[in-house]
Design a protein around this ligand. Sequence first.
Ligand SMILES: [Zn+2]
Length: 89
Amino acid sequence: MAYEKTCPNCENTMKTIPAGVSKRTGRPYDSFDVCEHCNPKKGKSSAPKSDNTEVLNALRENYKINQEILREFRAFSKIFSEKNEEKAE
Ligand SMILES: [Zn+2]
């Protein structure tokens, strides 16, 4: 008895993920349907389990730094575009 669900977004057949325990969080989860088209696998994370916290912290730190850089970059590009506007006039 085939039991298939279609994605409400792209109408592709959704893949049913059987219930199990999350390798990432160690928590059990119910079976659910996932559209591989709309939710491509995020795999390729080669971080070893024991380093998860460290990796997460590093990512957070990285994110913070990125936000700072982004802010500076925005301020910088604002000055830059203002200068360009002056030139244009
Ligand atoms: Zn989809």
